[in-house]
Design a protein. Structure first.
Length: 230
C-alpha cells in the first residue's frame, strides 16, 4: 500500500465493509474479444472499417450509447441504431467471447465465506450479465446481479443506485469495485467508497482523477484490500 493510501486511512475513519458491488466487464471478466468484435460489426454497418480490435477497447466499460456518440461522433439516432447492430453480433456470439479473470472465483469464495454480501452493478444489460455469470458459474456468489435495461437505465450511477436500493444497503458499509472512471464516479455520486483495479481497461491516471479511494494492481491485491476493509 502506498504512503498516500496509508495517509488516507489515518485521516478518515473507515467503516468496516459488509457489502461489495462489483463492475462486470474488466473487473470480474475480460470481455475484450466479444465487445470489440461486436463494435467492429456495428461500425461496419455504417461503412467504418476498424481492423485493429485494440483500438476499440475504449468501448469496454462506458455505456454503449455514450461510446458511439463520443468516440465516433454519432447522433443519438445513429448511436441507438449502432447499439442494435452491436447486439446482433453480441447476443448470440460475442457474449461468450469472454474469460473470467484468474483467481476471481477464489476471491468471491473467500469474501462470501467471511459473510460479506456480494452484488454486481454493471452498465451491461442485466439479462446479459446474468447469462455471463451463469456461464462462468459465478452467479451463486452474488446476492443480486443488477445492470442496465435494454431501453432505459444505462448510466452507471443510476445502476449503482438501483442495486443499493434493491439491497437496502448501508452506504457506509458498502464499497464499489471497478476498472473505469464511470465506476468510480458512479460510486461517488452514491456516496460510496471505491476501489479501482488496474488489471482491467482503465489506467492509474484515470482512476486517480475520478477519485478512487484505493487502487490495486491485481486480483490478489484486491482480495487483500477487501479483507483488510472487512
Amino acid at each position: 500500500m502506498s504512503t498516500k493510501e496509508n495517509k488516507k486511512i489515518e485521516c478518515k475513519q473507515i467503516e468496516k465493509k459488509e457489502i461489495v458491488l462489483f463492475d462486470l466487464d474488466g473487473t470480474l471478466t475480460n470481455p475484450m474479444i466479444g465487445i470489440t468484435k461486436s463494435v467492429q460489426y456495428a461500425l461496419k454497418k455504417f461503412g467504418i472499417e476498424e481492423p485493429d480490435l485494440w483500438n476499440l477497447t475504449k468501448f469496454i466499460g462506458p455505456p454503449l450509447m455514450y461510446s458511439f456518440e463520443t468516440f465516433y461522433g454519432f447522433s443519438k439516432e445513429e448511436a441507438a441504431k449502432a447499439v442494435e447492430y452491436y447486439r446482433e453480433y453480441y447476443s448470440p456470439t460475442g457474449i461468450f467471447e469472454n474469460k473470467a479473470y484468474d483467481g476471481m472465483k477464489e476471491l468471491l469464495e473467500s469474501l462470501k465465506s467471511r459473510g460479506m454480501i456480494l452484488a454486481v452493478a454493471t452498465s451491461k444489460p442485466e439479462e446479459y450479465a446474468i447469462r455471463i455469470l451463469d456461464h462462468f458459474e459465478m452467479s451463486e456468489y452474488f446476492t443480486y446481479i443488477g445492470g442496465a435495461l435494454m431501453n432505459g437505465r444505462t448510466d452507471k450511477a443510476q445502476v449503482i443506485s438501483y442495486v443499493l436500493e434493491t439491497l437496502s444497503a448501508n452506504l457506509d458499509k458498502t464499497i464499489m469495485v471497478g476498472d473505469r472512471e464511470h465506476d468510480i464516479l458512479g460510486a461517488k455520486k452514491n456516496h460510496l467508497d471505491s476501489i479501482g483495479v488496474l488489471y482491467g481497461y482503465g489506467n492509474r491516471q484515470e482512476l486517480e482523477k475520478a477519485g478512487a479511494d484505493w487502487i490495486v494492481a491485481d486480483v490478489d491485491e484486491l482480495r487483500e484490500q477487501l479483507i483488510r476493509l472487512n
